[in-house]
Design a protein. Sequence first.
Length: 223
Amino acid sequence: MSGQSSLAYPEMKELFDRNDQWAESVRRQDPGFFPKHYPGQRPEILWIGCSDARVPETTIMGCQPGDIFVHRNIANLYSPQDDSLNAVMMIALQNFKVKHIVITGHTNCVGCTTALNVSMLPKTKATTPLQKYIEPLATLSGTLFDGNRPPSLDLLVEENVLQQVKNLSECDVIKNDWKRRGTDGVRVHGWVYHLEDGTIRDLNCTIGPPGHIPGQRMVNNYF
Ligand SMILES: [Zn+2]
């Protein structure tokens, strides 16, 4: 397969220039940064968020590269058949022993808007990848109707996060972690990021392994 240079495209060249400037400024401010990070990572958090360009987890949490292990997809969904996310969780839990998994939805989510719109139409067979992917979310939206009135987008965003926390609590990867690590097993949290003002709200739905003590600071003994 032959190809051309990305740099032939001005907008791509601009990105490369930005990368050069960023790497240079990091090296100037902290010469040890890249040598320190190269050998490995030790994130304490796995973030499961939406692909939305406005919700870059490391930026909005004021974190640095290396702080957060990440999986992002449309509308921050999880299903037991999702082996991409299952694999991310296995690496996060087995290799890095992350203490926390956070599912973070956000306001004005295009995935949730799509599902909401689908739930307002007569049911048809899902055929495209997007239709099939969004189907469980559209079904959830359908359960939130008040008579003929569809749920608000904000309500669907919140209920979706709660549903994904539930889905995770029932999945084998998490259950196995709880078996392996006992009361030190991973905690799963549900949050919503508000695009309106940049703040994150906790949905107070944190779950953990049987017998865990809520709120106790967790020490990662692995490293
Ligand atoms: Zn979204």
